[in-house]
Each structure stands twice: as structure tokens, then as C-alpha cells.
Design a protein around this ligand. Structure first.
Ligand code: GLU
Length: 622
């Protein structure tokens, strides 16, 4: 059963109300010079804002990867906005300070707990493919094979119709109390005044430098002076400030049927590539009509019961909720003992493996694919899958998918009809917010890769996504199993994003999520197991070393995980290997929160991974 943290690992107290991050923002603000794009040649480097990974208190709480974004959420909460308002203000600010993962040129999934009705809602803002996309759109007719993955990433072809603005609009209309124009203000301020470049932003730019250089508006914005901004310089984005301002005036229709949408379509269709560039940048299929056709979706969240908690997540088009849910259902058949973490982790890895096999076979965009969601999340199916797990031996991977058909009386041995794990980029962002009424948001927003397609909309200050590379780019050969995730007109590529909210007796207890492409699912699952089964408090559950098993022959793990559990798991037949990046050897960058008791919330971010995140509360506990 779910346990509260013991007093020995009680939350850190006395979180400063006004953080160093906010103070540093004020420093950055005081440096403001007339707005020009990119990093001004700052006379003296500034110290990037400090980040605090744990904050406990009352009145509202937030955790994001970035102190400016967390401060934006706190500002909205302080002014009486609710969690939905604050989440949208934070994500708009992430569009400024984390422009390579969070932008109005991308999409995402938002899970919301409404305290008034005690119900959880799912908002799908996933990008859609242009109408003319076909299953073989990524195939080079000359070779009959999918174009190289890198070429697909930096291309107009990979750009999906952005869903973020439509999602904000839908979510705000349903649960917001502030208009978009008001919520964009903190982001506009940050875009104009600038933020202090930290190592992470510098590194993310440097990793993208070669392709950014080839795309003119991207180079002009993100390589000021021809190179990645220095750590300690102040980065401004006046184009984005203007775009947000105009958006505040015109509303989301400017994107979906208006001038901004036309610019997006034109940019994806004919990427603004430097004629001198050697890189081949394919044009896209997007047309203004595709933006007009876009609709964000409100969906029923997935639900499973796990050790006394009700766990809600994102249904298809994401595979996050169904795969986390199925794995939890499988784990529900075993006793996980905190005193024997290696065995508990063995079960965690085996459950992930099986759930991944089913994800690959059955989950795709529900508007175009028949997803057997109820069966995938049924306890009967979970029992059938669980009976394949041996306590002392890992099943050889990949394992075959099961048959979620409602008839579950016998165990099916692992077979061989499987699909290789498709590559999914490891880079988005996740945030959580709770307010004083007990409303909760868990929100993944993404461009897919760091830097998305690498294509900036000229003069608009934001990048376009490469989300369509989340489709299976290579159609299956005759005789191989059907693939629910082939490209298609106006289809949503399958996601792994898993913003998750867990309730206890109808009231919120936990919210958690992370970036990490297909590792998102295993990271959310592992954090839940750490917290619920292994007796860790939430900060430890996030900080603990991670491993990911996505139905591959190897378990990929962080170095500290390998040191701690590598031998014990190898003895059970797991092939544990170092997580191959790229470009880092860490898995995910989670954010989470926990209601320690009604009204008292602990917000938690990463202490170390990706430079750590930023947790804040309105009124710190004493
Ligand atoms: N494109 C990924 C997905 O939808 C999210 C990006 C990431 O976190 O890597 O699953």
C-alpha cells in the first residue's frame, strides 16, 4: 500500500520564498539593453540563476526545469490564478528559456485534476501530419528505404502541424481563469529582458550548431555573433516577444487559419536554408489548410488502480498512459519488497519489457487505428502477461506482444514476432503545478529533438517541431506484423509522453512526468515504483539512478544504476549496459509533486540531471 515518507527522510524545509533564481532574473532584467535578437555582448558574464530541486509549502507549488518558468507559474498563482493558468504561463516562458524543447511550434499532452469535480482530464495537443502524408512519405523512391534519420529530423517533412496553441486554448476555455494575453506577460518580459545563459542552454546550442548554421533564421537567432551564446551572457528573443504580444491580441486563430499559420506552413514547405549549405533539407507537405484542420482533443484519461492509488495518464495518441498503466497492472501481481530492491527492479524491467511489446503492436492514433485500450489495461490481460515473468530469470528480449482479446486463461510463451524499437528522440520537457484549491497539472510540451527540425519561422522567434519522426518511417515488409504507427494524412504520431496524476480516495497525491522519448514511460514507472513500493520519498525517487527496458535485448542504465544493481540483475540474465545518450548518459529530466497532506505540497525537480530543475512553492513550510 501507499506509504507516506518517514520522518527520517522528511522533505527539506525552509525553501526560500524569493529564490536566487528570481533574484538572478532581476539582475538579468537590470542589464536590459535595447532589444536585439540573441545574446548581447555582455560586458561581464553573469552567474546563471541557482536552482532549487525541492520546495515544500502551501498555497501552490510548481516544478519545471527552469527557474524563470517556475517563477512565472508562481507569479500567476500569487495573483490568484489556478494551476491551469500557471502551467500555461510557465510553458510560454519555457518557450523563451528552453526554446529547443518548448515552443508554440510544437505540441504536447496535459493531464489535469479538477478539484471541484475530483475528476482527471486529458488534453491532447499532439501535432498532426499534413493531409497529403502517406505511409511511405519518408521512403526514398530511389532506394525503397526510409531516408536517413538525421536527414528526416532536419527537414520540412518532419514538421507536424503545431498543437500547443490549440491545446492552451482548449484547456484555458475549460479550466482556466485568465486569458492567454495575461498569461503570456511573464514570458514576454523574459523574452525582452533576456535570461542568463547557463551551461545546459549553451551545450544544447552547441550540439545543434552545425544544422542551425545552415538554416538562416535559426542561425541569426540562436548563433548570435556566429556562435553558441556564452555561459553568463544574456539571451534575448525580441521576435518571440513580438509574436507572443500579437498572439495575445489576435488569439490562437492567428495560428489556425490566420497569418501566423500561413507563415508556419510556408516555412515547413520551403525551409529557409542557406543556399551555400551542403546539407539536404527536404521540403515539407504542410499547407495552410492543414492548420485550419487542426483540433486539440479532450480525452478520457487512462486509469489503473495500483496499491491503493488511482493512477491517471494520457490515452492514445500517446502510449504513455496505456504503457505505464499496463506495466503497473502487471506489477500489481507481484510483491515488491523495499528490502530487496534488486528483485523489485527485476520485476520492473520485466513488466516494462512486456508492456513495450504491446505498445509497439497495438498503440497508434485512435482516430485512424483501432486501439484495444480497455483490454490493454484490463487486469485479465495483465495477469496473462504477468504469468510470463519468472522471479529469477529475465525473458529473452525482444518478447512478442500479447493478445488483448478478452480471453485470458492460459500463459502464452514469449515468441519471436517482434518489431525493433524505433528511435525516438530523448528531448522534451515536463512541468507540474498545484494550486491552493487542489487542482493539479502535469504537462509535457515538446518539439521532439533538442531544437526540433532546426527550422525557425523567420522573424517569429520560435522553432518548428520534428514530431513526425515519431512515426515508423519504414513501412513493414509483407508478412511482418501490422504497424499502428505508420505515417498518414492528419494522423498523430504515437507519443511516449506520460504526464501522470495519482489520486488517493479521490484526492491528488502524486503528479509526475519527464522527457526522454521512449524512456519517458520507464522513467515515470520507475519513479512510481521507487516512491510507492521501495519506500523512497519523492526527492529520492527522482534522484535514484535509472534503467530502461523497452523490449530490447539490453537493459540500458545510468552508471550509478549499473554500480548498484548491475551484478544482481546480470545474475538473473539481464544484459545491463550503459545508456547510450545521446549526448548524455542520463535518462530523463523529471518533475513531480506530492501532496504530503491536504494543502501541503512538495514540489520536486532533478537535483543533477540536465543541470537540475527548479521547484518553488508560494508559501514555504516552516
Ligand atoms: N517525441 C517524444 C514523444 O512524443 C517526446 C520528446 C521527448 O521527450 O523525447 O514521445
Amino acid at each position: 500500500m501507499f506509504r507516506y515518507p518517514s520522518s527520517s527522510n522528511a522533505p527539506r524545509r525552509n525553501a526560500p520564498r524569493r529564490t536566487a533564481a528570481v533574484a538572478a532574473l532581476a539582475v538579468a532584467a537590470s542589464l536590459a539593453v535595447p532589444a536585439t535578437a540573441g545574446a548581447a555582448p555582455a560586458p561581464a558574464p553573469r552567474t546563471p540563476p541557482a536552482k532549487q530541486p525541492v520546495a515544500t509549502g502551501y498555497g501552490g507549488a510548481v516544478s519545471t526545469v527552469d527557474p524563470d518558468a517556475s517563477a512565472a507559474a508562481i507569479e500567476v498563482l500569487r495573483q490568484g490564478g489556478n494551476a491551469m493558468d500557471a502551467a500555461i504561463a510557465a510553458s510560454a516562458t519555457l518557450g523563451v528559456t528552453e526554446p529547443y524543447v518548448a515552443a508554440i511550434g510544437g505540441g504536447g499532452y496535459l493531464t489535469y485534476y479538477d478539484a471541484r469535480t475530483r475528476r482527471v482530464h486529458a488534453f491532447d495537443g499532439r501535432e498532426i501530419a499534413p493531409r497529403t502524408m502517406r505511409p511511405d512519405s519518408f521512403v526514398d523512391p530511389a532506394t525503397g528505404k526510409a531516408i536517413p534519420f538525421d536527414e528526416a529530423v532536419t527537414s520540412g517533412l518532419s514538421v507536424g502541424v503545431p498543437g500547443t496553441l490549440a491545446q492552451w486554448d482548449l484547456a484555458l476555455r475549460r479550466f482556466g481563469t485568465r486569458d492567454l494575453r495575461t498569461l503570456l506577460k511573464p514570458a514576454i518580459r523574459t523574452a525582452e529582458r533576456g535570461f542568463v545563459v547557463d551551461q545546459e542552454f549553451h551545450d544544447q546550442t552547441a550540439e545543434n550548431e552545425a544544422r542551425f548554421r545552415d538554416i538562416v533564421p535559426t542561425r541569426e537567432l540562436f548563433l548570435p555573433g556566429g556562435k553558441p551564446p556564452e555561459v553568463g551572457s544574456v539571451f534575448r528573443n525580441p521576435d518571440l516577444a513580438r509574436t507572443y504580444r500579437e498572439l495575445g491580441r489576435r488569439g490562437p486563430r492567428w495560428m489556425y487559419g490566420g497569418g501566423l499559420g500561413d507563415e508556419v506552413a510556408r516555412t515547413a514547405a520551403r525551409p529557409p536554408v542557406d543556399p551555400a549549405a551542403k546539407r539536404k533539407v527536404r521540403s515539407g507537405l504542410m499547407r495552410p489548410g492543414d492548420l485550419r484542420a487542426y483540433r486539440a482533443q479532450r480525452r478520457e484519461p487512462t486509469h489503473v488502480a495500483y496499491r491503493g492509488l488511482d493512477v491517471y495518464g494520457e490515452p492514445p495518441s500517446s502510449s504513455g498512459g496505456s504503457t505505464v498503466g499496463e506495466a503497473l497492472n502487471i506489477l500489481g501481481n507481484f510483491r515488491l519488497d523495499a528490502k530487496d530492491p534488486a528483485t523489485a527492479l527485476h520485476y520492473y524491467l520485466e513488466a516494462s519489457k512486456l508492456a513495450y511489446a504491446d505498445r509497439g503492436r497495438y498503440v497508434g492514433d485512435p482516430s485512424q487505428v483501432d486501439v484495444p485500450l480497455d483490454e490493454l489495461l484490463s487486469s485479465g490481460f495483465a495477469r496473462e502477461r504477468a504469468c510470463l515473468i519468472k522471479p529469477d530469470r529475465a525473458a529473452p528480449a525482444p518478447v512478442a506482444p500479447g493478445t488483448p482479446d478478452g480471453r485470458y486463461d492460459a500463459c502464452v510463451p514469449p515468441g519471436t514476432q517482434t518489431r525493433a524499437l524505433a528511435y525516438e528522440g530523448p528531448q522534451t520537457t515536463h512541468l507540474v503545478v498545484a494550486d491552493k484549491w487542489g487542482n493539479v497539472v502535469a504537462y509535457n510540451v515538446t518539439l521532439e529533438q533538442f531544437g526540433g527540425s532546426g527550422i525557425t519561422v523567420p522573424g517569429r522567434g520560435f522553432l518548428l517541431n520534428n514530431e513526425l519522426t515519431d512515426f515508423s518511417l519504414q513501412p513493414p515488409t509483407p508478412g511482418s506484423p501490422p504497424d499502428p504507427n505508420l505515417p498518414g494524412g492528419h494522423k498523430r504520431p504515437r507519443s511516449s509522453m506520460a504526464p501522470t496524476i495519482a489520486l488517493k480516495d479521490g484526492r491528488p497525491r502524486l503528479a509526475v512526468g519527464t522527457p526522454g522519448g521512449s524512456t519517458i514511460i520507464t522513467t515515470v514507472l520507475q519513479i512510481l515504483v521507487n516512491r510507492i513500493d521501495l519506500g523512497m520519498d519523492l526527492p529520492h525517487a527522482l534522484a535514484a539512478p535509472r534503467a530502461t527496458q523497452r523490449n530490447t535485448p539490453q537493459v540500458f542504465a545510468e552508471p550509478a544504476f549499473i554500480s548498484a544493481y548491475g551484478r544482481a540483475l546480470a545474475a538473473r540474465g539481464h544484459r545491463v549496459e550503459a545508456f547510450p545518450g545521446p549526448p548524455r548518459d542520463v535518462i530523463g529530466a523529471a518533475t513531480a509533486l506530492e501532496f504530503l497532506r491536504p494543502g501541503l505540497v512538495q514540489a520536486v525537480a532533478e537535483p543533477v540531471r540536465r543541470g537540475g530543475g527548479s521547484a518553488m512553492v508560494l508559501t514555504p513550510a516552516r
